[in-house]
Design a protein around this ligand. Structure first.
Ligand SMILES: [Fe+2]
Length: 144
């Protein structure tokens, strides 16, 4: 069970850092796809923000302790932060493909641990995440 809770906290850290990165890109995107990507990135980070809350409250429901500080997230995440600079569409799309792949890997890993622990709610939650990230990856890959 400890390994499952630790993996959920890694996922929570990845989601939090990815949220900040998506909003950074929403601010810094430039080029002829600005209008499309500016609003798409907002849609993405709103969705990730909901997942942050869902995962943290799920950790609590399992009697775990969700990480809740930026310092913890930066020490735990596998996602690389964005920089404070303008960014072009192609770089944004390529980075999102990499980061959604990381989230998909998190979700698959957690699902495996959940099934070993017969933790069915976690397993179901990860089904939704796996479906979400798989669809995102398919769509993002059509842009390059
Ligand atoms: Fe905005």
């Amino acid at each position: 069970m400890k390994e499952l809770l630790d993996s959920l906290n890694v996922f929570l850290s990845d989601l939090n850092v990815f949220y900040r990165k998506l909003q950074n890109y929403h601010w810094n995107i430039k080029g002829n796809l600005f209008f499309v990507l500016h609003s798409k990135l907002e849609e993405y980070y709103d969705e990730i923000n909901e997942q942050v809350d869902e995962v943290a409250e799920h950790i609590l429901a399992l009697d775990g302790e969700p990480l809740g500080t930026l310092k913890d997230y930066l020490n735990t995440t596998k996602i690389t932060e964005a920089e404070n600079k303008k960014i072009e569409a192609t770089e944004v799309i390529n980075t999102l493909i990499k980061d959604y792949s990381t989230l998909l890997q998190d979700a698959k890993n957690i699902k495996k641990l959940a099934e070993q622990n017969e933790e069915h709610k976690t397993s179901t939650l990860m089904d939704d995440a796996i479906e979400n990230y798989t669809t995102k990856l398919w769509m993002l890959k059509q842009n390059i």
